[in-house]
Design a protein around this ligand. Structure first.
Ligand code: FES
Length: 91
């Protein structure tokens, strides 16, 4: 399985059948999102290295080095930066 490194701090295993956003959630993180459909840009982050595959149509504006984790999956080991997320608080 591919590894996803987030903000050079956290590394999680990718789930090949899930988007990056879903994979982050399954790993116990709460990434920023709104539409989950490539429209709003709330989940936008920088692709530092690796390759992703889009499974939806990106409507939100992205720079050349930016991706929308809600509609893409990891094709290789991936490092993303400027991702906004929190770790889930434990009860
Ligand atoms: S959550 Fe809206 S573009 Fe990703």
């Amino acid at each position: 399985m591919a590894k996803i490194t987030i903000n050079s701090m956290t590394t999680i295993e990718s789930n090949p059948s899930n988007t990056l956003l879903e994979t982050m959630e399954q790993a116990g993180l709460t990434p920023e999102y709104n539409c989950r459909d490539g429209h709003c840009g709330a989940c936008r982050c920088t692709l530092v290295s690796g390759e992703v595959e889009y499974v939806g149509f990106a409507m939100a504006y992205t720079q050349a080095d930016e991706i929308l984790p809600c509609i893409c999956k990891a094709k290789t080991d991936v490092a993303i930066g400027n991702a906004v997320f929190q770790e889930k608080k434990r009860a």
